[in-house]
Design a protein around this ligand. Structure first.
Ligand code: NI
Length: 141
């Protein structure tokens, strides 16, 4: 088994804010991301699959197909959006990096072809200092 990781970029804006907290408490919880005017990040997304090497192609995954899947179901839905408003699955919840990683997981799992190797890991980097990693738990079938 090998792990293959593909990296993607997207840009999006957000504001982290809980309506039932004061401005002060929001600042304490979310820091600069609570800024009332919103702001953008250039995110890095890494998607890792795990599977055997195909003896004919020497590949563990068709990266063109994987890229197409990620672009259609993730990047195309969140790139250059205002996450709080524009993305079904993120509006109504704080657009934290954690929730973005969960969103990516559910989008990919819903569309994942049975012919693909297992989706193993999702990593979302918001800033140099803020990285979220999500190990995908395989559901028994
Ligand atoms: Ni932010």
């Amino acid at each position: 088994m090998v792990r293959v990781t593909r990296n993607y970029r997207f840009s999006a804006s957000h504001r982290l804010h809980l309506a039932n907290l004061s401005e002060e408490d929001n600042q304490r919880l979310f820091g600069k991301c609570a800024n009332p005017h919103g702001h953008g990040h250039n995110y890095l997304l890494s998607v890792t699959v795990e599977g055997p090497i195909d003896s004919r192609t020497g590949l563990a995954v068709n990266t063109f197909e994987l890229d197409g899947l990620v672009r259609e179901h993730v990047i195309g839905k969140i790139d250059h959006t205002y996450l709080n408003r524009d993305v079904a699955g993120l509006n109504g919840i704080p657009a934290t990096t954690e929730n973005i990683a969960s969103f990516v997981q559910s989008q990919l799992q819903a569309a994942w072809p049975g012919t693909f190797p297992a989706l193993a890991h999702i990593r979302v980097q918001e800033t140099k200092r803020n990285v979220i990693e999500l190990a995908v738990i395989q559901r028994e079938v």
